[in-house]
Write a protein that binds this ligand. Structure first.
Ligand SMILES: C[S@@+](CC[C@H](N)C(=O)[O-])C[C@H]1O[C@@H](n2cnc3c(N)ncnc32)[C@H](O)[C@@H]1O
Length: 260
């Protein structure tokens, strides 16, 4: 039996009415892609985050402090790209919520949870079920904070470059891009990164059912394309966001701020 804080992972998944990975809903014939895990088994990702294997608690503590710097200046707005269910962001928004929050994600399940459970306390929010690059390029407005957590590494290099450019154009004067993501070490190939990350998952993510762990490993191996810090800085500079701050690092997981 696999327990997390007295609650089984199986119970968590059942509670969220999600199918285990590999058990496709008959009415869902869509092919596997970088968001399949989140569309079909949102509860698994949510449970992994709850177990803090990706340092969500530490990271979102830092995100809250970064948001505090912005909201001291007055009313503010926020765009969240790949927002998921906004479960960890939600408490960071309680004290001084944004006047307007926009969240973008492809997962209907995650957005529904965001709408019903985690964003209810906000004065005004809009959720968009669409591709985040397409959404920000199409122009959802201008924001004091653009935030993205553990989503940008799914994009290819050219898509990341476009995302930085679109985010730069969508920032209000004095605004900032807060990026939480996995990062490759300088000189490390993607294959080396993936091998290292899978080793950590298989040796340290011990409270996950073996079949679910392998599904999560398969997702990482197929769809994670993290960049090095140097590449992220180059992309940001080319997008007129030359000031990069490394706020924190937790193993492969980073909190970064980019500003004009
Ligand atoms: C690992 S989860 C992160 C969720 C949340 N931001 C967090 O920090 O816990 C990645 C999220 O990004 C979404 N996502 C991935 N690629 C996307 C894309 N191209 N457009 C919109 N959402 C995307 C997935 O559906 C998923 O909800």
């Amino acid at each position: 039996m696999y327990f997390l804080g007295g609650v089984t992972l199986a119970f968590l998944m059942a509670k969220r009415s999600v199918m285990p990975i590999g058990c496709r809903m008959p009415q869902d014939p869509s092919p596997q892609d970088e968001t399949s895990l989140f569309r079909e088994a949102w509860g698994l990702y949510d449970a992994l985050a709850e177990m803090n294997y990706m340092f969500h608690r530490e990271i979102y503590g830092q995100v809250e402090a970064l948001l505090d710097e912005v909201r001291q200046r007055g009313p503010w707005s926020m765009l969240d790209l790949g927002c998921g269910n906004a479960r960890f962001l939600s408490p960071c928004l309680s004290a001084t919520p944004p006047l307007q929050y926009d969240g973008v994600d492809l997962s209907a399940t995650a957005l529904e949870e965001a709408r019903l459970r985690f964003l209810r306390h906000l004065p005004s929010f809009s959720l968009h079920q669409r591709d985040m690059l397409e959404a920000v390029e199409a122009g959802l407005g201008r924001f004091d904070v653009i935030f993205s957590s553990f989503a940008v590494h799914h994009l290819g290099l050219e898509e990341k470059a476009r995302l930085f450019r679109a985010c730069s154009a969508a920032l209000m004067p004095g605004g900032r891009l807060i990026l939480v993501d996995v990062v490759r070490e300088q000189g490390q190939t993607r294959d080396e990164y993936i091998t290292g990350y899978l080793q950590v998952m298989r040796s340290q993510w011990t409270r996950v059912l073996p079949a679910e762990l392998e599904a999560a490993c398969g997702h990482v191996a197929a769809f994670d394309f993290p960049e090095t810090l140097e590449t992220l800085q180059e992309l940001a500079e080319a997008a007129s966001l030359p000031r990069m701050r490394v706020v924190s690092q937790h193993a492969q997981h980073y909190v970064l701020v980019f500003e004009p």
